[in-house]
Design a protein around this ligand. Structure first.
Ligand code: NDP
Length: 485
């Protein structure tokens, strides 16, 4: 079967597609059928060198352009991305298996938002004037140089854009390595940026597995590394970057709490729990997978949740009516099946789903466990699939330490009608992103990132600028200079 996804070549370097078939072949598998729909080749050392040479060569001239000029290119790229939203969404669905119903409103659109936002901001990036009597200091906000972006497989277009847009706005160039599971979408981001006017070499994409990422991170030509991935990979990449004293942004995993108090609106709380567990078949880093439900609302919550889950339309993800798609890969499906088995072995009560669907592709049912306790594996480890763990609690004082009792700190949510409690709980959460009566929003205007082991640095918003630029202080003496001898 031929899909419109076969890329022109594996890599995009110096403004054009580049191939080197000496690299290990990587099959592109459509998660909804398990069929091979394309093939790319992992970057050879020659390709890695070509990409870094190209990014390095382009950087000075790109940084020397005015912010207005750079911003105009990014905003033009945003417009192209929006015009092509349909095709890009179809591609994202082939790459990841996420339903078109989601990809058409979340992926290229969110990538375009980042390009537009940081494109608008590029012209406003300035230093400071600091008066010291007659003398003064001024600061210059300068690019870091060449940035490496490494992506996870759940949001390939979004991750390539969220990293590329602020990096380029600040005058950096980028070499981006998508996950080998979803190699297609980042190539389109590179193509669009080039078409919008980004000079050759400003945004490059190379394919490969972890070894290619590791080679990029340790290369002395690289000044900054931004990773979206798991905590174990984050540890390795952070350590490799530290060896070269490189700047890092780490967007890592989570096991986030979602607390539902008795006084919450049940319908909204169920919506929040669905958005925080089953969107993208549960493959979202910030998901609220530990759902703490106060005892008085538990039965109503579980009953309504089951009714709403029965409305999920599971099927062909390219059909706009489908609201729940497959897992990204057979491997990820097997990992999640392992956790479902473990939940049952450890005594959690399976109240919904739990099975693989009898159809081609990597489909698992939306799955809910009740009576989960804090020590169970499914309450402690990131599953990254459609598995919700419901835990009981008595009151706020008891639930808060339990909610925070995790090495992760990516996100957290609370549903309650008591406003004072909502803000108190949000303040008490040990997490980078908190939600009150909502879940999993990620607009470009707001900082996004994790605390504790979920990450370092922030993406999106003006906060990202600090992570893609550095300040140079310039001291200016107006009069004569005294010295001790
Ligand atoms: P992984 O950590 O397995 O991989 C992330 C990326 O790092 C991939 O491109 C991978 O390549 C690459 N990589 C692996 N080893 C190395 C290495 N030693 N040096 C450099 N690069 C390396 O994550 P997944 O792709 O499985 O994505 C799921 C994880 O991502 C979850 O933990 C999830 O929570 C997290 N995530 C976090 C987000 C956030 O914003 N905080 C958002 C989305 C996901 P390859 O896979 O090709 O081998």
């Amino acid at each position: 079967m031929t899909y419109p996804t076969q890329p022109t070549a594996s890599h995009f370097i110096g403004g054009k597609y580049v191939e080197d078939t000496a690299g290990t072949p990587i099959d592109v598998i459509y998660p909804a059928t398990g069929e091979v729909i394309g093939r790319v080749h992992s970057a050879t050392p020659a390709i890695i060198d070509q990409a870094l040479t190209s990014a390095r060569a382009a950087q000075a001239a790109w940084a020397a352009m005015t912010g207005t000029e750079r911003g105009r290119i990014l905003r033009r790229a945003a417009d192209i991305m929006r015009e092509r939203n349909h095709d890009l969404s179809v591609l994202e669905t082939f790459d990841t298996g996420k339903p078109y119903q989601e990809t058409s409103v979340v992926d290229a659109t969110s990538g375009a938002d980042a390009l537009e936002y940081f494109g608008g901001m590029a012209a406003t990036l300035t230093g400071q004037h600091i008066q010291l009597g007659e003398d003064w200091v001024y600061t210059r906000r300068e690019a870091l140089g060449v940035c490496v972006g490494i992506g996870a497989w759940n949001y390939p277009t979004q991750i390539a854009s969220w990293k590329g847009a602020p990096a380029l706005a600040c005058g950096n160039t980028m070499v981006f390595k998508p996950s080998e599971t979803t190699p297609l979408c980042a190539l389109k981001v590179a193509e669009i940026l080039f078409e919008a006017g980004a000079p050759a070499g400003v945004y490059n994409v190379v394919q490969g597995l972890g070894d290619v990422g590791a080679a990029l991170v340790s290369d002395p030509r690289v000044d900054k590394v931004s990773l979206t991935g798991s905590v174990p990979t984050g540890r390795k990449v952070y350590a490799a970057a530290a060896a070269g004293i490189k700047h890092v942004t780490m967007e890592l995993g989570g096991k986030s709490p979602l607390i539902i108090f008795d006084d919450a609106d049940v319908e909204n709380a169920v919506s929040g729990a669905i958005l925080g567990n089953f969107y993208s078949s549960g493959q979202v880093c910030s998901n609220g997978t530990r759902v703490f439900v106060q005892k008085g609302i538990k039965d109503a919550f579980l009953a309504r949740l089951a009714e709403r889950l029965a409305d999920a339309v599971i099927g062909d993800p390219q059909d706009p009516a489908t609201s729940f798609g497959p897992m990204v890969s057979a491997r990820q499906m097997e990992i999640v099946q392992g956790y479902i088995a473990k939940g049952q072995d450890e005594g959690a009560r399976l109240v919904y789903g739990g099975a693989r669907l009898d159809r081609p592709g990597f489909y698992l049912e939306p799955t809910v466990f009740a009576d989960v306790t804090d020590d169970m594996t499914i309450a402690r480890e990131e599953i990254f699939g459609p598995v919700m763990a419901v835990l009981d609690f008595e009151d706020e004082a008891e639930v808060m330490p339990r909610a925070n009792d995790t090495e992760f700190g990516l996100a957290a949510g609370v549903f309650t009608r008591d406003l004072a409690r909502a803000h108190r709980v949000a303040a008490g959460f040990e997490a980078g992103t908190c939600y009150i009566n909502t879940y999993n929003d990620a607009p470009v205007e707001a900082p996004f990132g994790g605390s504790k082991q979920s990450g370092v640095g922030r993406e999106n918003s003006s906060a990202a600028i600090a992570h893609y630029s550095q300040l140079k202080s310039v001291y200016v003496r107006m009069g004569d200079l005294e010295a001790p001898f």
